[in-house]
Design a protein around this ligand. Structure first.
Ligand SMILES: [Cu+2]
Length: 148
């Protein structure tokens, strides 16, 4: 009878130890979860900084090239180019509406862009200075800087 009680005690003890282990794992797991949730929270505080300045590069055709995405505004909204070299601009229009027309008044260039596609606009910036490009209602504006 005493032996029987001993075995019962062993079994109860082992159940207790096992459940204590499970509890420890659970609390460890949940605290780990809390930690990762905290990390996600701090990640969401990081703000995406959109570059506002873009430099044209010389492509294989010997033209200076740059890409401008249109979504609420021009990204980048300042393009720096060189005077006298034919310019090839890729307008990546990511919305519909008035911004589908872009005009460079100083260069007498006006182009209708296709939404959700890339439309190429080509002209040679033959005067130096800072020039505005915009949609017809001037809701969004960009600057073309032409350097000597
Ligand atoms: Cu507009």
């Amino acid at each position: 009878m005493k032996q029987y009680t001993f075995y019962i005690t062993i079994i109860i003890l082992s159940i207790f130890i096992a459940s204590a282990n499970i509890y420890a794992q659970c609390s460890m797991g949940s605290s780990g979860h809390q930690h990762s949730a905290k990390n996600t929270e701090s990640h969401s505080e990081h703000k995406v900084v959109t570059p506002s300045k873009g430099y044209a590069f010389i492509n294989d055709d010997g033209m200076q090239e740059a890409t401008i995405t249109i979504k609420d505004s021009y990204h980048p909204n300042t393009i720096i180019v060189k005077k006298g070299i034919p310019l090839h601009l890729n307008f990546d229009l990511q919305e519909e509406g008035c911004t589908a027309t872009v005009s460079f008044k100083d260069f007498d260039v006006k182009k209708l862009l296709t939404p959700f596609e890339i439309t190429e606009v080509e002209f040679t910036p033959d005067i130096s200075g800072s020039f505005t490009f915009a949609c017809p209602m001037n809701m969004i504006e960009g600057t073309l800087v032409v350097k000597e």
